[in-house]
Unconditional design. Structure first.
Lengths: 300, 115
């Protein structure tokens, strides 16, 4: 078993009181917590500080740790023989497969004569990116899991109906429980991959529909894309920019067998350059029409 | 190892989770969960103490709050306050996604063509 210098890990003296221990830990936790720090070694430094704090904040564990004496960090050592009896070992090495943190955790539970009790397996959290098409029809994902026992692959059948930001729990598929404890879970955070045409809001989909000025003014039937292929959309006469035209039940499937809607957001485009004939028509229109889209603004 | 669709639990507001299960996956005791209910940080769907059930939508923010509790050595009342803020952040993120989806594409990327 390797010795760890918990006082050095927190940067405190060996006679530090509980307040000093807590302050030192909180300062390091704030500095190295993986949610805060982007440094490559942040997680490892945070874990070291947390392990040291878990022992030093508990008087029982701290006393047991101090009993080990001062040693260089990383030095191999054997716990006092008396500790083996406390663990109920008649013979053999009761500390096999334990590290210092496990050992002190068991001490802190005040269970001399008993080995550590059942421990729930570790939960695993991972983000997965799926395409709109996969979210719509369901899909099978291969998850690469990295646990203490090595890597493994988990095949997950994701039913149709997930949406962006959805959280899913795979019960009992996380780390193995120890000493009869329950297995942990896997939490999947679903992210929809960007799509070249559609944007998702829940199970509704949105896309931009470019119209010519005459299609918007006169109305038209235009071909628009859906996840299952193109359909014809009726654009009513007098359609203004930013109007949303709904195509019913052409969004993403939900988990109850329904579907969201597909919305076309209108924007009106003009030719970048006009032919002489087009220009003539626009000039005639400008001369004829008394439509003023800024009427409400110019009144002020 | 293969999971089936039936192994999947949807952590959404329409699904229900019992007090004991919620306590187990958040590393809280049932009495600590009751305390969070007393603080108003968690609202059970079934308020009777002997049959308390919660919306599964609270699982992720509650697990996050409980993880931060351990990481920063916070007390339970702080967890109650934290939970409120985490739920608010989650709601705002959803709102942001919704607004971004409805905004015209050229607001996101001027090179992206319309249909």
């Amino acid at each position: 078993m390797k010795y760890k210098d918990y006082y050095a890990a927190l940067g405190i003296e060996r006679d530090a009181d509980l307040d000093q221990i807590k302050k030192a830990y909180r300062k390091l936790a704030r500095q190295h917590h993986p949610d805060v720090s982007k440094a490559a070694d942040a997680e490892a430094r945070f874990k070291d500080a947390a392990e040291a704090y878990a022992t030093l904040k508990n008087p029982e564990k701290r006393a047991a740790y101090d009993e080990l004496g001062r040693r260089p960090a990383g030095q191999e050592f054997s716990p006092p023989p008396q500790w083996g009896q406390d663990f109920g070992a008649a013979s053999g090495n009761p500390f096999e497969d334990m590290d210092l943190a496990d050992l002190l955790a068991a001490m802190g539970r005040g269970q001399p004569g008993a080995k550590p009790g059942p421990t729930r397996g570790r939960d695993l959290e991972t983000g997965v990116q799926v395409s709109l098409e996969q979210a719509n029809r369901g899909t099978t994902l291969q998850l690469d899991l990295h646990g203490e026992a090595g890597g493994s692959t988990l095949e997950v059948t994701l039913p149709a109906g997930v949406h962006d930001g959805q959280k899913i729990r795979l019960k009992g598929r996380g780390g193995k429980g120890l000493r009869g404890g329950p297995d942990g879970d896997i939490y999947l955070h679903i992210q929809l991959a960007p799509h070249p045409l559609f944007r998702a809001d829940g199970h509704d989909l949105y896309f931009d529909l470019a119209l010519t000025p005459w299609e918007a003014a006169l109305g038209a039937e235009v071909e628009v894309p859906t996840l299952e292929g193109p359909v014809l959309l009726t654009v009513p006469p007098g359609t203004r920019a930013a109007r949303k035209l709904r195509i019913r039940a052409r969004g993403l499937a939900d988990r109850h067998g329904g579907r969201g809607h597909l919305y076309a957001i209108v924007h009106i485009d003009v030719p970048p350059t006009l032919t002489p004939a087009e220009k003539e028509l626009f000039v005639a229109l400008a001369a004829t029409s008394n439509f003023n889209p800024r009427a409400s603004v110019s009144k002020g | 190892m293969i999971t089936q669709a039936s192994d999947v639990s949807w952590l959404v507001s329409g699904e229900v989770i019992a007090l004991t299960e919620l306590a187990g996956i958040c590393a809280l005791s049932p009495s600590e969960l009751d305390e969070l209910v007393e603080y108003g940080a968690l609202v059970p769907l079934e308020p009777a103490p002997q049959a308390r059930v919660f919306s599964a939508g609270c699982v992720v923010p509650l697990r996050t709050a409980c993880k931060l509790r351990v990481d920063f050595d916070l007390d339970l009342f702080t967890v109650a306050i934290l939970l409120g803020y985490l739920q608010r952040i989650d709601a705002l993120e959803q709102q942001l996604l919704s607004v971004a989806a409805k905004a015209p594409g050229y607001a996101h990327d001027s090179s992206r063509p319309g249909v």
